[in-house]
Write a protein that binds this ligand. Sequence first.
Ligand SMILES: Cc1cc2nc3c(=O)[nH]c(=O)nc-3n(C[C@H](O)[C@H](O)[C@H](O)COP(=O)(O)OP(=O)(O)OC[C@H]3O[C@@H](n4cnc5c(N)ncnc54)[C@H](O)[C@@H]3O)c2cc1C
Length: 223
Amino acid sequence: MSANKEVIIIGGGVIGLACANYLIDKGARVRIIERDKVGQGASHGNCGLLCFSDVIPLCSPGAVSNELVKALKRQSALSIKPSFDMGLWAWLFKFASKCNRNHMKAGARSKYEIVKYSVQLFDTLFAGEPMPCDFEKKGLLIVFKNKENFENYGETNRFLEAYNMGAKRIDRDQLQELEPALSDGMAGCLPDPPLRALRTENGGYSLEKRLPHGRDHGIFRVQ
Ligand SMILES: Cc1cc2nc3c(=O)[nH]c(=O)nc-3n(C[C@H](O)[C@H](O)[C@H](O)COP(=O)(O)OP(=O)(O)OC[C@H]3O[C@@H](n4cnc5c(N)ncnc54)[C@H](O)[C@@H]3O)c2cc1C
């Protein structure tokens, strides 16, 4: 990109801020137009987790039936308003037809390449000038209330092992030692080493602070 390009970015979520960061590095003059507060959209909703082991795509075997059961129990994160929108039903039907092992493997291979690249980008970003954010490489505890779900996770884990993202099994007693705040009845957990956490509440949006301010650069609020 040639220097001195003017770029306007609509939305100050993690994507808008990251784009601004790299564009400014390339010499562009960047303005972010945000209608609300920076970092309060979906980027706040995911609790600041950078989940680098998330290579399994949504279209995996059982995705539709599992979500349907959860939706009926009102436990699903997905909510679709019932309607006769043919476009929506065609899309859902196509999605369901892709929920098989071959598509899952192909999707995982592509996601793995993106994940690898993201890890490099984050490491470069945090190796640069210090940013006041709680960036931790502690890993994630996946905790299961139910022993059956814990055992079932074994299959997912075997799939992740092929990408060196397999988790280590931790028994109940060890779990209590590791995280005393958890209640006694937990079936066990598996730590997931590649996960890192960036707390958005506590300056995770330090990217915002990297943006120069002035008439040509900066974040502009619109109502
Ligand atoms: C509960 C939850 C869990 C998630 N878990 C994960 C996960 O584990 N791994 C993962 O990779 N992703 C996860 N995600 C998804 C991830 O958080 C989003 O993909 C990402 O935050 C999107 O960033 P964004 O900047 O595109 O959007 P946002 O953070 O939503 O930012 C968009 C911004 O644009 C502003 N805006 C919108 N329209 C206008 C307009 N017309 N004018 C001005 N401003 C406007 C909004 O106010 C907002 O601030 C999760 C999301 C949620 C909600």
